[in-house]
Write a protein that binds this ligand. Structure first.
Ligand SMILES: [Zn+2]
Ligand SMILES: [Zn+2]
Length: 311
């Protein structure tokens, strides 16, 4: 790109379409970090003295969040630990996990790994082969998402974390909103904001510092700061509705750069009007938060165990 920074005239590295400016490496980095810090402050994501568990997958978004959280830990007054869930996806997860381990070590952050195999008794690969035997009544991403959220929360609890920070960005949130809308999943739209409250003593509140930041900016920041991730893709992405929605939304955004922001604005206007579901009680099986008598993770686990046992 041979365009100049709108602020200083040096070579621009990114165009911020919705703001109508081009920025150089230095001005973009400080703009990005300011947006990150502003979001954490304006939405009161952290309080001084808190312990924050950062969910890392080994992808660029979560590594960037871990980098910024460790870089600004003192300014935010928090202690940072990292948690990674190993779902057991051959050819994918082990490579991403290696990257996460290397960066956590470099930035001096403790990394705790929870695996499906140890915590649930089966890997996601095994779970998916069981799901296929029963006609794929649940999609791999649905099952994976339920268990991943469950284990991230449990890891955060065990670490005594006050908050669980995830790297979901504006694109992720816009896609999730459209998926929930297409599935008429109103409680999820109501619940998935930039921060959640402690609605159950065993539910660690979640915060999303990149909630208002487009994916393109996160990836550009990662590139400029030498944050790399192995270029492997989850093999189950083909089963997900997110995949085509992501492509479609990006196509629309090419012509209309503000569209993702407006999707999020619509979601944030709608969310308070919708029923959040619940109330939260404790799962009869595992004691963790649940909207029904048995939590979704225990239900799915029992379902998969039954198929695996019948082989
Ligand atoms: Zn500049
Ligand atoms: Zn349960």
């Amino acid at each position: 790109m041979n365009v100049k920074c709108s602020l200083c005239g040096r070579r621009a590295v990114i165009r911020i379409g919705y703001a109508g400016v081009h920025l150089c490496e230095e001005h973009f980095s400080s703009y990005f970090e300011r947006r990150f810090l502003e979001a954490t402050r304006l939405l009161r994501m952290f309080e001084r003295g808190e312990r924050v568990a950062v969910a890392v997958s080994g992808g660029k978004d979560s590594l960037t969040l871990l980098y910024l959280m460790s870089k600004h830990a003192d300014a935010l007054g928090v202690e940072v630990v990292a948690v990674l869930v190993d779902e057991g996806i051959r050819g994918y997860r082990e490579e991403k996990a290696r990257a996460a381990e290397a960066y956590a070590k470099r930035w001096g952050v403790e990394l705790v790994v929870k695996s499906f195999r140890e915590e649930l008794g089966f890997t996601l690969d095994e779970a998916v082969s069981a799901l296929m035997e029963d006609g794929l009544r649940y999609k791999p991403c649905t099952v994976c998402g339920v268990f991943r959220r469950y284990l991230l929360n449990r890891a955060a609890l065990e670490l005594g974390a006050d908050k669980l920070a995830t790297a979901h960005n504006l694109d992720d949130e816009a896609q999730a909103f459209l998926m929930n809308a297409l599935q008429a999943n109103l409680p999820s739209i109501a619940r998935e904001g930039p921060r959640s409250e402690r609605v159950h003593e065993k539910l660690v509140p979640r915060v999303k510092p990149f909630y208002f930041i487009p994916e393109k900016e996160v990836l550009t920041y990662a590139l400029l700061h030498g944050i790399e991730s192995p270029p492997v893709e989850c093999p189950y992405i083909v089963y997900s509705l997110r995949h085509p929605l992501r492509r479609w939304l990006n196509e629309v955004a090419e012509r209309d750069p503000g569209v993702k922001h407006r999707v999020i604005a619509l979601k944030n206007a709608l969310a308070p009007l919708l029923d959040r579901g619940g109330p939260f009680r404790s799962c009869r099986v595992c004691g963790m938060p649940s909207s029904g008598e048995v939590c979704k993770a225990c239900q799915l686990r029992q379902y998969i165990e039954r198929i695996l046992a019948s082989r």
